[in-house]
Design a binder for this molecule. Structure first.
Ligand code: SF4
Length: 221
């Protein structure tokens, strides 16, 4: 069994980024929080800047929940990574606070559902109880499949842990797989499951429609 790396519980959440509204990270319009820190280092991971455990943005989970609950028109919160279960206590508090106000919760994890169920720490159990949809498993490069909804590789599975969503939502082929957003004070966020061609199209549209020229990131992991 894969060894799980559950960091000591900490009252603050270390996050990489937040997008107030996304339509490619789960059903409907959702706020997305990327946690900072992942121990798995999967080759080909699309979010390598989230691997470092150094503090990026430290925030009180309830304060972040208040920010998310004030966003109009969203039906839920998606937590991605980094590895949300490495900060299970703080992520659980965030999810609990938004669910109390009836937002749904979706979580992407590199841990498998089986491993999570075998992990008996209170924080991990509490987080699992807050989740409506779980997308599990590490990204495995030689199982990569761009046709999958909300997943990057075929080993990853979608688990409907509550009755909030009908699994038929997976048949909705109108759902986009990638979007780009310009959010003030942060670099361009390209989210979803982009292929290189998607990024070229986004770069072209940004240049033609907004005069924004994309440059390679100089940020190191
Ligand atoms: S578990 Fe997820 S965030 Fe972590 S390295 Fe693998 S794909 Fe990247």
């Amino acid at each position: 069994m894969t060894k799980l790396n559950h960091k000591k519980s900490c009252s603050l959440l270390n996050i990489h980024a937040v997008i107030p509204v996304s339509c490619v990270n789960g059903p409907g319009a959702r706020a997305v929080v990327w946690t900072q820190g992942c121990s798995q280092q999967c080759p080909g991971c699309s979010n390598p800047l989230t691997h470092s455990h150094n503090p990026k943005i430290l925030i009180d989970p309830e304060e972040l929940a208040r920010y998310i609950l004030a966003i109009p028109g969203i039906e839920g919160l998606t937590v991605s990574g980094g590895e949300p279960f490495e900060q299970a206590s703080a992520v659980s508090r965030l999810c609990h606070a938004v669910r109390k106000d009836s937002l749904s919760v979706m979580v992407f994890t590199g841990w498998t559902y089986e491993n999570i169920c075998q992990c008996h720490t209170r924080a991990v159990r509490n987080l699992l109880q807050q989740i409506d949809i779980l997308v599990d498993g590490p990204f495995i490069q030689n199982l990569a499949d761009k046709s999958l909804l909300w997943r990057g590789s075929r080993n990853q599975q979608i688990w409907f842990l509550t009755n909030r969503y009908d699994p038929d939502v997976l048949q909705d082929n109108t759902q986009s797989q990638v979007e780009g957003q310009l959010v003030s004070e942060v670099p361009l966020q390209i989210t979803g499951f982009p292929e290189e061609a998607d990024i070229v199209v986004l770069a072209h549209r940004l240049s033609v429609e907004s005069g924004v020229i994309l440059e390679p990131s100089s940020e190191n992991n």
